[in-house]
Design a protein. Sequence first.
Length: 225
Amino acid sequence: MHRVIVPDIFPHSVTAFFTAKDPGSNIDDISSMTGICRTHIYLPVQKHTDRVLVLNALREPSIADAVVTNERGILIGVQAADCVPLLLYDPGKKVAAAIHAGWRGTASSIVRKTIDVMMNRFSCEPGDIMVAIGPSIRGCCYAVGPDVIEAIAHANGNGSYCMIRQGRSCIDLAIANRDQALCMNIPESNIWVSRDCTFCNPERYFSYRYAKGSTGRQAAFIAVR
């Protein structure tokens, strides 16, 4: 698994990792690496929504930007190329989630809504949920306009996710989504955050902003064993 980033926060009862450019989101490569049949790998159709899909059985991909499941042997995932990929897991209830959070998803509180689903549908407790936040564009590189700042502030309030860099207003979406998890009473010790900025590392990661448009996608995957 040297071609992926494996957060050390998760126990052995789960397969969880973030990819870089190689293998990216190539399902055949992911299947070969994990030993999970490609028919048991689920990626939703991402549209920057706040929809959280509960996956009770294998199905055709549908529109959602978060997936939650307690089905064993199904590898759920999301794709990203600057947006924040998150993986969540409750080892007691054996419930896993994958989230794609761009600025629109962050402003729509998709992390809070996913945790709500884990709590209300699967009886997860916040203190038991572990969160891994993967590589994304960080505050050093993500300059945004006042509309984005206002939208995220409406969801999060003021916080350290907003900063000034070289005279420009910047947002750190990883920190904004970490703050949403903290607001849902996830212990800070249960949260792992990648230090990698996708824009700063174009040789390793796809970055939509760095590429100024069309680019590939890396991914985040998780499966209950």
